[in-house]
Design a protein around this ligand. Structure first.
Ligand SMILES: Nc1ncnc2c1ncn2[C@@H]1O[C@H](COP(=O)(O)OP(=O)(O)OP(=O)(O)O)[C@@H](O)[C@H]1O
Ligand SMILES: [Mg+2]
Length: 364
């Protein structure tokens, strides 16, 4: 078991600065998920923790020991990649034990550990098969088995499920969460999948252009984003943003001018001032039946009837656009008028620098 601590970690590829000073603490036994746009440095940061990339400057400690310059095999970590790269001519059992054979472990020890991993991953009936005779999900489990037998202190996963179809992903997601409960090891997991991040993580790290934007529990990031980037990144469909004028800020309360001459009063904490700001509201927090503190007139542009819910894309009086999630029974069509309700407690407000000045909270 081990915690992972990064201090002002940076990575340069020649003149290109890819990781620009990361400070991060992953606690012992924690499931930590890295998310961020493509190219922001998630894999690079993971590979630096694994020892597959040098750390240009800064420090890395695992389990209290400085690992900044220690070789990958000495770090007590095991990494599972997106492309599982199994040896096609070896059986499942041979694939799982391969790393241990290369490091000269005894036959007994290898078969013992392989058996334990195979049981955990429900691979027992498949041990004699070759990778070509397995489904994608089974192959990915073999790759995870290869990591488990090494008894790592820290597991590193780089988008391990992204090659699988949707149903298998859901199943493997559950299996990985179960594996984490059983092994109680520290896990760091990179994904593009919002649902994976929200459901598996104890802690999510949102990265953008080589820097951390925010670290927090899934619900902290969802309800209390620090800035516009995190607000727009966490949640699907993404939060709606409107440029608005704050026309009055008195006694902590703010008057926000919304399209169509509607004024919404939001309870602030004195940090916000009069002027231009960005207003944010999530699609699931807009009421398609017109209930709320204020009502906006809109016209439906596009409707997606998903059965369980209906997604509407609407235009407001000033031409700005919003998306909203309605009950699956909502039947408005493109061109129809829709009165939408806004509850002040569900709204967010961001200043000129993109920092959150109000994060509404429906639970309060
Ligand atoms: N060996 C390398 N040499 C030069 N640049 C590199 C190298 N590896 C990665 N990069 C660059 O570093 C940046 C971060 O890459 P990285 O693979 O870490 O992104 P990522 O967040 O994992 O993206 P994705 O979500 O697409 O996997 C990219 O701009 C990439 O082009
Ligand atoms: Mg990557």
């Amino acid at each position: 078991m081990a915690d992972v601590r990064l201090r002002d970690v940076k990575k340069q590829f020649g003149a290109l600065s890819v990781i620009k000073g990361v400070d991060l603490d992953v606690e012992d036994g924690e499931f930590c998920v890295f998310v961020g746009p493509s190219g922001c440095g998630k894999s690079t940061l993971l590979r630096m923790i694994a020892g597959l990339e040098d750390i240009t400057s800064g420090a890395l400690a695992i389990g209290g020991q400085d690992m900044t310059k220690v070789g990958p095999s000495e770090r007590g970590v095991a990494m599972v990649f997106q492309s599982y790269a199994l040896y096609p001519h070896m059986t499942v059992a041979e694939n799982i034990g391969f790393g241990l054979r290369m490091t000269g472990h005894s036959k007994e020890m290898i078969s013992e550990r392989t058996a334990v991993a195979a049981k955990m991953l429900q691979l027992e009936p498949l041990l004699a098969r070759k990778p070509g005779q397995l489904s994608g999900g089974q192959r990915q489990r073999v790759a995870i088995g290869r990591a488990i037998v090494r008894n790592p202190e820290v597991f590193l996963f780089d988008e391990p499920l992204s090659n699988l179809d949707a149903a298998l992903r859901v199943q493997m997601r559950g299996e990985l969460s179960k594996l984490h409960q059983d092994l109680k090891s520290t896990m760091i997991y990179v994904t593009h999948d919002q649902v994976e991040a929200m459901t598996m993580a104890d802690k999510i790290v949102v990265l953008s252009a080589g820097k951390i934007e925010q670290v927090g529990s899934p619900l902290e990031l969802y309800h209390r984003p620090n800035n516009l980037f995190v607000a727009g990144f966490i949640g699907s469909p993404k939060m709606n943003f409107l440029k608005v004028q704050v026309t009055a800020a008195e006694g902590g309360n703010l008057s926000v001018a919304l399209p169509g001459g509607v004024s919404l009063t939001m309870a602030g904490d004195g940090k916000a001032a009069v002027g231009e700001m960005t207003f944010g509201i999530r699609p699931e927090h807009i009421d398609a039946t017109g209930k709320g503190d204020v009502v906006l007139e809109s016209t439906v542009n596009l409707a997606e009837y998903l059965g369980s819910e209906t997604l509407f894309f609407v235009t407001l009086a000033d031409g700005s656009e919003l998306s909203l999630k309605a009950d699956g029974l909502a039947r408005e069509k493109p061109g129809d008028r829709l009165k939408i309700g806004i509850n002040a407690k569900a709204c967010h407000l961001f200043n000129k620098d993109g920092m959150a000045v109000i994060n509404g909270d429906l639970t309060r």
